[in-house]
Design a protein around this ligand. Structure first.
Ligand code: AMP
Ligand code: MG
Length: 294
């Protein structure tokens, strides 16, 4: 099929309640019509994802986002106009038209306009917003190319090449005081210079999470990964910043999952990773490594 035929086919599948794996600039998503509760339920089932973890709804425009929000604060308008399309998810009050299963029963919804032409064309052709988590099984590594996507998750996969950002979006709640729910490649101090102070939301081990989707175990390769320490025995590799891995945080993020997917095929006993600096630029990468580590 030609790329255009693939897109038209994928859009038809979305309209018919099927699941389509599609490229975004962050990672590959597993998408369904966000307004179809049964289709969205299948996403949770095939991924083995707990229904307490809300999905991000992908839109093709700021206007579509506004129709899905019960309230669209000035801060959302400002940030969407600056960062969309791009790796920033905005959590706002949800419109009653969005089925509860999408948002795990929360009164809020996470919205994002992805910066990949294929993703935007898919949403446009389908004519509906697309709910999509990453196209992997729960707790496993996110896919940054179609080859990483497990068979049997999607009814169809659109190939848009390797993801350029490489880690999941920054998630920012604009309900009440702005709160960072998940760091990504956009440094939080940059967001603060636009909208003022942002609370950092960190889950305390053993206590209820302030937001869903903050599972400690997440983004895991099959090979045990150690952060900043060497297991010593067995066969492994040590990933140093500026040597095996890029020196610059954005380039590092772009390479991270691809590297881990590759090392997972190498029959290693361990992967050790140099701890990145604790700075806003590295926050997204550091967060993923902490959750991936033993
Ligand atoms: P994933 O699909 O696994 O990349 O995760 C989506 C992330 O978005 C989760 O970690 C949630 O924390 C966050 N998220 C999505 N929707 C909401 C929402 N309505 N309220 C709070 N967090 C959300
Ligand atoms: Mg995921």
């Amino acid at each position: 099929m030609t790329p255009e035929a693939n897109l038209a086919y994928a859009a038809e599948l979305i309209r018919n309640g099927k699941l389509v794996a599609f490229p975004t600039e962050t990672v590959y998503g597993l998408g369904a019509n966000a307004l179809d509760a049964d289709a969205v339920a299948r996403i949770f089932d095939v991924k083995g994802r707990p229904r307490t973890s809300p999905l991000i709804v992908h839109v093709d425009s700021v206007e579509m986002a506004q129709t899905l929000a019960d309230e669209w604060p000035d801060t959302a308008e400002l940030l969407a106009r600056i960062y969309w399309p791009g790796p920033l998810t905005l959590v706002v009050a949800k419109h009653p038209g969005i089925p509860d299963i999408v948002t795990a029963g929360l009164p809020t919804v996470g919205l994002r306009m992805p910066a990949h032409t294929m993703a935007l064309e898919l949403i446009r052709e389908a004519g509906v917003p697309i709910a999509a988590p990453s196209a992997n099984r729960f707790t496993e590594l996110s896919p940054t190319s179609p080859a990483h996507i497990p068979d049997s998750l999607a009814d169809f996969t659109l190939d848009g090449g390797p993801a350029t950002v490489g880690i999941e979006s920054t998630v920012l709640s604009l309900v009440g005081q702005p709160t960072l729910l998940r760091p990504g490649v956009i440094p939080v101090d940059e967001l603060e210079s636009l909208i003022g102070p942002i609370r950092q939301c960190v889950a305390t081990p053993g206590e209820p999470h302030p937001s869903p989707g903050m599972a400690e175990r997440h983004y895991r390769p099959r090979t045990p990964l150690y952060l900043g320490e060497f297991p010593g025995e067995g066969k492994g590799v040590y990933l140093r910043i500026g040597h095996e891995m890029p020196e610059e945080p954005r380039a590092y993020a772009a390479a991270l999952y691809e590297t881990l997917h590759h090392l997972d095929t190498q029959d290693l006993d361990w992967i050790a990773v140099e701890i990145p600096p604790d700075t806003p630029e590295w926050a997204g990468v550091l967060d993923r490594l902490r959750r991936a580590a033993e």
